[in-house]
Design a protein around this ligand. Structure first.
Ligand code: GLU
Length: 301
């Protein structure tokens, strides 16, 4: 995967994206993320793309991708380029993995979840790393390779910081808080962390707007961008929507599908969550006013 001139040309303007996993219909949690990314792109006069993140096939629901795209369209949000599906982009992930391997950044790991959990109890007692303790860094010791892990830096270089446009400055020590992490899973599936970095890079994404549940994935993604020679986009993580008992709204926590019969009401509710005023008018008016409000707020921030 070469960092091409075309990629930089694309990155010269604003390019944002919404990257839903098609595990079910759009619900209030995913709508808030979609709306925030759409508003930010429009407020910057930029482009807004949709990428269907369907690499975790066992979790995907047939037809959920089209359902999400139709719901977005009913709410006045249509992408500026045809959507892409991660399941059709595996060659890019394989190429990135090959490059990382050639650069000596990867190693096969033979540890089972149980072995890692057991060793974590042990290292926690010694107040060392909270993440993968690097058992297979220096060889498999006769174990069969299961997953592929990428090395995280040692010492001060392990601390990755970024300035989030909503949440402020964030730092994570990849070595002590996380350890070497998986890019290709034991079941053969590509890890989200790898696919998202490769795609954001190849699609020339300059601004990422998504839910705050992904805040602690961002330092891993920045580390991979460094290793792959990709630019680091700007980040904005919006607060996640929670249900009555404080759980993140998701299909698992029983989130209701957006009612496309009442698009304005859905937009208003998502807008309230983002702190936007309760605008009147039709869907197009609402989106235009919300874009203006978002622009003013971001200019003031
Ligand atoms: N596909 C991820 C999700 O639905 C979002 C990935 C991202 O925005 O980076 O949670």
């Amino acid at each position: 995967m070469a960092v091409t001139a075309a990629m930089f040309a694309a990155a010269a303007g604003y390019r944002g994206r919404f990257a839903p996993s098609p595990t079910g219909p759009l619900h209030m949690g995913s709508l808030v993320t979609a709306l925030a990314s759409w508003l930010d792109a429009r407020a910057h006069g930029g482009q807004w793309l949709v990428r269907i993140e369907d690499i975790d096939m066992p979790r995907c629901v047939r037809g959920a991708d089209e359902d999400i795209l139709q719901t977005l369209a009913r709410l006045g949000m249509t992408p500026d380029e045809p959507p892409v599906w991660q399941s059709r982009r595996e060659a890019h992930y394989a190429e990135a993995l090959r490059r990382l391997d050639a650069a000596g950044q990867l190693y096969p790991c033979g540890c089972s979840r149980k072995e890692i959990a057991d060793s974590l109890v042990h290292v926690r007692e010694r107040h060392q790393t909270l993440g993968y303790p690097g058992t297979c860094r220096h060889g498999l010791n006769g174990k069969l390779p299961r997953a592929w892990r990428v090395r995280v830096p040692d010492g001060p270089a392990a601390t990755i910081c970024f300035d989030d446009r909503w949440q402020g400055r964030q730092c994570q020590d990849l070595e002590t808080e996380l350890g070497d992490f998986v890019l290709r899973r034991a079941d053969g599936l590509w890890a989200y962390q790898l696919a998202v970095v490769v795609d954001d890079g190849l699609q020339g994404i300059t601004h990422i707007v998504r839910g705050a549940d992904l805040l602690d994935s961002t330092p891993r993604q920045i580390h991979l961008q460094h290793l792959l020679g990709l630019p680091t986009p700007s980040y904005l993580h919006v607060p996640v929507v929670v249900n009555e008992i404080g759980e993140k709204l998701s299909k698992q926590s029983g989130a209701q599908a957006i009612d496309t019969g009442a698009p304005l009401e859905a937009l208003r509710q998502a807008g309230r969550h983002l702190g936007l005023a309760n605008n009147e008018g039709n869907v197009q008016d609402w989106l235009a006013r919300a874009t203006e409000e978002w622009r003013q707020r971001m200019a003031a921030a």
